[in-house]
Design a binder for this molecule. Structure first.
Ligand code: 9WN
Length: 426
């Protein structure tokens, strides 16, 4: 599918309008109603779009997120800046006791990757250097927090302790590990998401029960991050999440080099190298791609999700796995009409409508196409960007899309979809 120059102008104007209407001054909400707060990786990726409208505002988006970093280095997945009743679970459920309430779990650390792009494309070089330099120690502290609290045995790879941390909430990757979390005692609650979006496009009640049960367990430990890894019944090493951390460490090291912060550069380069070396242990020969490692069960997970394709975004150019992975992405995409399905359509569990169990997401595509371009597959990368633009031109700025017929799914007028459109129009 392609777009015309007129489509492109219309897309650009509409993307900017959406980013403006979801802009609450110092942060951007993902979409009205469904997600009325600041989300971690949404904000960093949205900053890429904001940078094309207003550089100052783009930096502000990331600065606002890091203004709510905890003293231990942790950066929350949600910052509850203002009251809103349209989302569950809200601040009272998390009960983290912060001055501005936040959640107690984190999200994929794309900040380093996004900040490098902001810095390198900024036209006001002096302002960009000063603001980037101020953020470097904060991102370094977050990465250090990951290695200390989520990799206590120094394997080089970090675990997520909640499916929401992955950003790919209901992926098949978590099915077995989540099934081992007993929902007993979770109590009654009222979901809000299914009053905004068709329940067939959202996680199930059985999943929500366990999502909440994990929150209750962590809350019971007073959100002491040093204690959660040991106590959590759910700990999974996700190749996608780790690829993002490794790539952000690489980008953090490059920024720190450029801005004369040698200690940060050295530490970040060390983290990236350790992660890359350990990634090899997540290669699943049978699936022909990377797979999650269930740290509680001690086994690789039989699940061919997009998480196992994301390492292309982090492997060094020339890495032996890169060509195999690029081919694998081609194979998975050939099984759908629109790239990149969040799960291999050949898997009987593939569900074209249900959130991260099949639908395509432009933010994931952004990272996949970056990986393809990084390893020399420029045409394949361009084809993914073009398809995304054509999809939005025809179906609107949806949260995610059916990869078989392009139907728009989830929330509408979505900030990160708008930001990715601005990225793909480049
Ligand atoms: C839980 C905001 C977030 C994204 C996630 C996406 C979804 C939240 C939810 O929405 O998750 O964090 O309630 O479903 O899965 O990637 O950051 O857009």
């Amino acid at each position: 599918m392609t777009t015309s120059p007129r489509d492109d102008d219309r897309l650009r104007a509409e993307a900017i309008a959406i980013l403006r209407e979801n802009d609450l001054g110092a942060y951007t909400i993902p979409t009205k109603g469904l997600y009325p707060f600041q989300w971690n990786w949404d904000s960093c990726l949205v900053a890429l779009g904001l940078a094309r409208i207003d550089e100052d505002r783009a930096f502000r988006e990331i600065e606002t997120l890091f203004a709510h970093q905890w003293e231990d280095g942790f950066v929350p997945h949600i910052v509850f800046h203002a009251d809103a009743q349209s989302y569950f679970p809200g601040p009272d459920v998390w009960d983290t006791r912060r001055a501005t309430p936040t959640s107690g779990i984190t999200q994929p650390p794309v900040a380093g990757f996004c900040l490098r792009r902001l810095y390198e494309t900024a036209s006001d070089r002096e302002a960009a250097a000063a603001r980037t330099k101020a953020l470097l120690p904060r991102i370094a502290a977050w990465h250090r927090w990951f290695h200390a609290t989520r990799d206590p045995e120094a394997t080089g790879l970090v675990a997520i302790l909640h499916p929401w941390e992955s950003g790919r909430d209901n992926s098949m990757d978590w099915d077995e590990a989540l099934a081992r979390v007993s929902p007993e005692g979770v109590g009654e609650y009222v979901r809000r998401d299914t009053s905004h979006v068709d329940a067939a496009q959202r996680p199930t009640k059985a999943e929500y029960d366990r999502y909440l049960r994990l929150v209750q367990i962590f809350r019971g430990l007073g959100w002491d991050h040093g204690a959660l890894h040991e106590a959590s019944p759910f700990k999974v090493v996700d190749p996608g999440f780790n690829a993002i951390l490794i790539r952000s460490a690489e980008d953090l090291a490059a920024l720190a080099e450029a801005l004369d912060e040698p200690a940060i550069a050295e530490e970040a380069a060390r983290h990236a190298a350790a992660g890359r070396a350990a990634l090899e242990g997540l290669w699943h020969e049978g699936l022909g791609q990377y797979a999650c490692f269930d740290r509680a069960a001690g086994a690789l997970v039989e699940s061919a999700s997009i998480g196992g394709l994301l390492p292309l975004f982090a492997l060094e150019p020339g890495h032996a796995r890169a060509a195999v992975l690029a081919k694998r992405i081609e194979t998975v995409c050939a099984r759908a009409r629109h790239p990149v399905p969040s799960h291999d359509p050949a898997d009987p569990r593939f569900d074209r409508l249900r959130y991260w169990r099949g639908p395509l997401w432009l933010v994931a595509n952004r990272m996949i196409l970056d990986g393809l371009a990084r390893h020399g597959h420029v045409d394949a990368a361009t084809a993914i960007a073009r398809d995304g633009l054509a999809l939005v031109a025809r179906r609107g700025f949806a949260e995610y899309f059916d990869p078989l017929d392009g139907r728009p799914l989830g929330g509408g007028r979505f900030s990160w979809t708008a930001a990715m459109v601005l990225e793909f129009l480049d």
